[in-house]
Design a protein around this ligand. Structure first.
Ligand SMILES: [Zn+2]
Length: 357
């Protein structure tokens, strides 16, 4: 029986060993720059140099809402916007669905040459265009789309994010077997580990601006403007997008259920993570989002821990904001969740180890 319990490797999580004695405000870009230079300046220079003459393909394996997008944009911030390509399989499939009819000749020419699968090509195309009307999972066609994308890119490092929506483990391993060594440069897996309680809280506290669509979090990523609704006795955020009108931000429908609705999908994502670990010969990098409260301060520094924002009303009716380190509980254990920069350090250090920099 597969268990979803969270655990981590203290050695990987440890950022104190990279240098201590300075404090940084990691929500500020200029401070982040100094932070990365302080903790991993030499390594970052080596990685940048390495990427000028070498490439690799990294497969990101993580449950939904584990923060893939955040880590990748931070990686670009650190290594440069052009350091690698980010291919999202979900985006690729959507692009295909929206543009197949317009670019049919281009797609068909490529498919005729490169598609290999048990399902006849025409059937696979139909299934991918209309996923709602068929139970057929055109995994091999998605694989061909990914290869088409890879072929279209100049030879640069790729982070590939997402997988065909198939429940079937055999097609997953075939998928990897087929993709790995597709190019001659190294492949590697990047696995993001995160307590499910973190994902649950991220969903429950999510607030959306009904006008501009901005997404924030009531206690983890508030806007500049927090207000109090006397009638409902609750605090709320107002949008701080300068092009918007301080609209009251609201929960998305169903978000109050937390992780519940997503659980089947997340369990499947975790199963896939596990499966990937059994494929031999591909190095893997583990990223850990959280650390036990009891040993946190031996491994990381307080400013690297995600703060929780708390609000109260003063006697003059104003909203007072304070922060404390955010504590989450999973399987009876208390954890702190790390901000994205210390998790990114885990990635940089392990890349350095794999490529012997
Ligand atoms: Zn807005």
């Amino acid at each position: 029986m597969y268990t979803v319990a969270y655990s981590y490797d203290p050695k990987i999580v440890n950022t104190r060993r990279l240098g201590t004695g300075r404090e940084f405000n990691l929500s500020k870009r200029s401070n982040r720059y100094e932070y990365f230079r302080f903790k991993a300046g030499k390594l970052i220079e080596k990685l940048k140099q390495f990427l000028e003459s070498h490439t690799f393909i990294a497969y990101l394996l993580a449950p939904k809402l584990a923060g893939k997008g955040t880590y990748l944009s931070l990686l670009k911030e650190v290594l440069g916007q052009d350091a690698f390509h980010h291919i999202s399989v979900g985006d690729l499939v959507r692009e295909f669905q929206n543009s197949y009819l317009k670019r049919q000749k281009e797609y068909d020419t490529y498919f005729d040459k490169h598609y290999r699968g048990y399902v006849p090509l025409q059937k696979a195309i139909e299934a991918l265009l209309h996923p709602d009307v068929t139970s057929l999972k055109p995994t091999e066609l998605i694989l061909t789309l990914i290869k088409k994308k890879i072929d279209s890119l100049p030879r640069r490092t790729i982070f590939l994010d997402g997988f065909p929506r198939s429940e079937d483990q055999i097609s997953y391993s075939l998928y990897f077997r087929d993709l790995i060594n597709y190019r001659e440069d190294p492949d590697l897996f990047v696995l993001i580990h995160v307590p499910l309680a973190v994902i649950d809280a991220r969903i429950r506290g999510r607030r959306i601006c009904p006008k501009c669509g901005a997404s924030r979090h009531i206690s983890l990523l508030p806007t500049e403007y927090v207000a109090y609704d006397k009638k409902h006795k609750e605090f709320y955020l107002m949008c701080d997008n300068p092009e918007c009108d301080r609209e009251k931000m609201v929960p998305k429908q169903g978000d109050d259920l937390g992780i519940k609705a997503l659980l089947p999908r997340i369990k499947r994502d975790l199963k896939l993570q596990n499966l990937a670990l059994k494929l031999h010969g591909v190095p893997h990098i583990n990223l850990y989002n959280a650390v036990k409260v009891s040993e946190a301060l031996n491994l990381v520094e307080e400013y690297e821990i995600t703060p929780e924002y708390r609000y109260e009303i003063t006697s003059r009716g104003e909203v007072k904001v304070s922060t404390t380190p955010w504590i989450i509980e999973e399987s009876g254990e208390k954890y702190y969740s790390l901000l994205a920069p210390p998790v990114l350090l885990q990635l940089l250090v392990q890349l350095g180890e794999i490529f012997e920099l």
